[in-house]
Write a protein that binds this ligand. Structure first.
Ligand SMILES: NC(=O)c1ccc[n+]([C@@H]2O[C@H](COP(=O)([O-])OP(=O)(O)OC[C@H]3O[C@@H](n4cnc5c(N)ncnc54)[C@H](O)[C@@H]3O)[C@@H](O)[C@H]2O)c1
Length: 273
């Protein structure tokens, strides 16, 4: 949409997990629309290469190594953005790890690792960036949660982290309102072209895609469209809410599967004498 092409002109955007599937696409789309993008991740080579590629196409882009679980690293990144840009308008808490270990078998190390990255990380990030956003006149924080933060999930730590992230989102939105900072969460179902989708077992992918109302996973850009909207001034009245980008899976997935099974059953029984 031509009217939106430069809607992040003069805005500075910080993305965590920027070397991964969705973070890369978000970074490219923000850059295309005029933002100065600061990519961060624990994986350096891919993030640095993407920043270089974006700079080559005329964007203002840089990469800084950041482990989202480390409060000192967050402080350093924010200090550097203050020095290099003097302002910050958007944080996308996108970094995350999947876990499919059940409540019966998970050990404390995995529980704490997943909660550390997926839940503590965004909280630390919010805490670290808020004063700079306030000094920049306000901003928007977008937390990448999951449909696993809306319903149950086979990975108990993953579900707990994403449900918890909704709580962080709402608490932060309430508190940061006075600083003109909006905080919202985005809830994708399975997203293709990501490390997480690549690591899913073939059976998981098959079951997921068969059960999804649109019979496919989303593409990263379909989720990023929601992220950019929430980060933009066009979402000025959207705060403390959940944007679900799942092709309708949570809302209509179960009734749809039931209808399909019902049709199968009726067809099979109609054929009987
Ligand atoms: N891919 C999916 O199907 C899916 C579905 C719903 C929600 N999500 C969420 O989307 C977000 C993005 O994941 P993705 O789909 O791009 O997967 P991905 O695995 O491709 O990317 C995740 C990125 O996070 C980075 N990361 C991991 N631990 C980190 C840490 N401690 N500090 C900083 N960075 C770290 C990884 O290096 C990687 O680049 C995650 O929060 C994930 O939970 C993904």
């Amino acid at each position: 949409m031509a009217r939106n092409r430069r809607r992040f002109e003069d805005k500075v955007v910080l993305i965590t997990g920027g070397s991964g599937g969705q973070g890369r696409v978000q970074a490219s789309m923000f850059a295309e629309q005029g933002a100065a993008v600061v990519l961060t991740d624990v994986v350096e080579a891919a993030g640095k290469a993407l920043a270089a590629q974006l700079r080559k196409s005329g964007a203002n882009a840089s990469f800084v190594k950041l482990d989202v679980t480390d409060a000192d690293s967050w402080a350093k990144v924010v200090k550097r953005i203050r020095r290099d840009h003097g302002k910050l308008h958007v944080l996308v808490n996108n970094a995350g790890v999947i876990s499919r270990t059940s409540v019966r078998t998970i050990d404390m190390a995995e529980w704490q690792r997943v909660l550390g990255i997926n839940l503590t990380g965004p909280m630390l990030g919010t805490q670290a960036v808020a004063p700079l956003m306030r000094d920049s006149g306000g901003g928007a924080i977008v937390n990448i949660a999951s449909t696993a933060g809306l319903v149950g999930h086979p990975g108990v730590a993953y579900a707990a982290s994403k449900w918890g992230l909704r709580g962080v989102t709402k608490s932060a939105a309430m508190e940061l309102l006075d600083w003109n900072i909006r905080v919202n969460s985005v809830h994708p179902a399975q997203v293709s072209e990501t490390g997480m989708a690549a690591n899913a077992t073939p059976g998981y992918r098959y079951a997921n895609e068969r059960a999804m109302p649109l019979k496919r996973a989303s593409r990263p850009d379909e989720v990023a469209q929601a992220v950019l909207f929430l980060a933009s001034d066009e979402a000025s009245y959207v705060n403390a809410t959940e944007v679900v980008v799942d092709g309708g899976a949570v809302a209509i997935g179960l009734p749809r599967v039931r209808t399909l099974l019902e049709d199968d059953f009726n067809r099979a029984n109609a054929a009987k004498p």
